[in-house]
Design a protein around this ligand. Structure first.
Ligand SMILES: Nc1ncnc2c1ncn2[C@@H]1O[C@H](COP(=O)(O)OP(=O)(O)OP(=O)(O)O)[C@@H](O)[C@H]1O
Ligand SMILES: [Mg+2]
Length: 216
């Protein structure tokens, strides 16, 4: 591909983002495309360091404003060091979370004014927009159930409580409904394979030029 694509997977805890990023990466590679997949915060050494502070240090008191700025500090490095070079090479970049997470978690969840979050986020990503954000839509309690089944431990954000996660879920839906972003809502309730099929269908519809003849 001449100009790469920048795709983002989003959704509440346990919605299936990491699972679907992996399946999407395999599918795209099978179609002969070059893929760069990464998680946010993360994807760079700085991003992983920020992730360790934000998620693994559950004893830390982190004011919402600090949390926002840390996430965005990681994002600036992610965009500069990962997304832009990969897209310039013609890769499909698949990110596990990006700006929509920041709107849902730090604005709707933590209560920072959405316009402030948007402004700071635009600075951090230097204006770069995803070509498409796939929002895996799952009731938050179902996501928690999936994580429990997997025996996954709770990180600092996951510990934030039911009301917080309900606000995040509401935020995601409101953001998708606002039409402000290129978001495709994917019903994430079905099996892993069923959801992957919906992801493929959404990409074929959004990028017919790229995926028209690539019917894997
Ligand atoms: N469609 C599905 N049906 C049932 N279980 C699923 C499905 N997709 C993923 N899972 C399982 O649910 C758990 C959470 O999935 P996954 O880690 O992909 O979610 P996530 O959105 O990345 O979560 P987190 O927000 O914690 O990073 C995993 O154990 C995964 O195997
Ligand atoms: Mg994950």
């Amino acid at each position: 591909m001449e100009d790469g694509l920048f795709l983002v997977l989003e959704g509440v805890e346990g919605a299936g983002k990491t699972t679907q990023v992996r399946l999407l990466e395999e599918w795209l590679k099978g179609l002969g495309l070059d893929v760069t997949a990464a998680r946010e915060p993360g994807g760079t050494a700085l991003g992983e360091a920020v992730r360790a502070v934000l998620l693994d240090r559950s004893e830390l008191e982190v004011p919402p404003e600090s949390e926002l700025l840390l996430v965005l500090a990681a994002r600036a490095a992610f965009v500069k060091d990962v997304v832009l070079p990969a897209r310039a090479r013609g890769d499909v970049v698949v990110a596990d979370r990006f700006s929509l997470s920041t709107f849902a978690y730090q604005a709707y969840g933590r209560g920072i004014e959405l316009e402030t979050v948007r402004r700071l986020d635009a600075f951090a990503r230097a204006g770069l927009e995803p070509d498409l954000t796939l929002l895996l839509d799952l009731p938050p309690e179902e996501g928690v159930r999936r994580q429990r089944t997997a025996g996954k431990g709770c990180d600092r954000i996951e510990q934030a409580g039911k009301a917080f996660h309900a606000r995040v879920a509401t935020g995601y839906r409101a953001l998708a409904a606002s039409g402000d972003h290129r978001i495709c809502v994917i019903d994430a309730v079905g099996t892993t394979d069923a959801v992957h099929g919906l992801v493929r269908a959404a990409l074929r519809e959004a990028f017919p030029g790229t995926f028209r003849i690539l019917t894997g």
